[in-house]
Design a protein around this ligand. Sequence first.
Ligand code: KG4
Ligand code: ZN
Length: 399
Amino acid sequence: MKILAIETSCDETSVAIVDFSGTRANPKLQVLSHLVSSQIEFHTKFGGVVPNLAKREHERNVVPLLQKALKESRIKNQESSKRNIFSSRDSLFIILDSLFDHEPELLIEFKEKIISLPIPAIDTIAVTNGPGLAPALWVGINFARALALLWDKPLIPMNHMKGHLYSAFIEDRVQKKKHMSFAQIRFPVLALLVSGGHTELVLMKKFGHYRIIGETLDDAAGEAFDKVARMLELGYPGGPAIAAAAKTQNEKRKTKNVDIRLPRPMLNSKDYNFSFSGLKTAVLYLLRNINNKKRILSLRPLIAKEFQESVVDVLVQKTLRAAKEYRVKTIAIGGGVSANTLLRQRLSHDIKKNMPRVRLFLPHVSVTGDNALMIALAAFIDGKKKAPKRVGADANMRL
Ligand code: KG4
Ligand code: ZN
């Protein structure tokens, strides 16, 4: 089964064409093409993602990405002479005009560059339909709906977080044209999903069964990294910037006579919820107290290190506690923050030490960020086909 997947939920435009074999519980995958176009440079100057700017960039990027993906995948054209289901060019144009009512730039690109393409031999189209930024999500959704109608293919809407969750189980380094296998999952699974918009602990007793047992009550972990990085003037995205600043502190040995200690919010609360906004405020007060630009600059690596340790302490300890209570056999992590080296090291170390029978799955760093490969994978494992006109965006979609 060949799936063409499209992801535009935030600030990466991504298209993947993946050939699946095996079963839903034990897929084998071959990535025929996987392209991610990042908009980070456009958002950097605003210190975060601007939804309408993201929408415009997706509109510009998605057609060239699809053209490139079709070319590099070397996917054949559909054999049957069947053209699209539209009786005339006029009826097609009427539908496209209404579909792309809010994406005028994409409408022009679609008419100019997509309509004339031969129909590729893919089986299904998958698209992220939430959670995410509504204007950004709609670009991918309307593009996928138009392709599904034009090529008469089924459409699978997919939850972005399921993509992050299943990426952890891809066993090999993601490489184009190589066959990759997927781990045999032993349930129950506990997944820690940590991204720019989400921080949640998800319990899975079987495929397709997701229960959120804890989540953030305010800021997501990635959001906290981004906001604190902005306060420290470290740039966007904050996660990698804070990790890099903390690393320079590790290398520096010690900062003389200073001890910076930040809170570990909700570390001892009995539930599995998180809260990171107080931690962000603690950094703000700390900076106000220091109140000296030069001194802040010199303490920046130390503050970054302590902040990162605080986030990781809470994430790791709560994950382990939940894993014990629910007697899970597997722990997985996913989402942008799962690229964090300290988080990966601490989870590996603490699980090995405290629950050696539990297996930990970490996604390869090349698939921790937003990408369409994970959407294709989740669609193969847990997707349901829907009529294109019934697929819409749900910015706050839950698992
Ligand atoms: O999953 P993702 O790419 O997009 C969303 O779905 O939100 O996650 C993006 C988040 C950003 O907040 C970014 O700062 C964070 O992931 N991130 C990191 C690291 N790399 C990215 N956070 C901590 N350490 C990292 N190395
Ligand atoms: Zn994401």
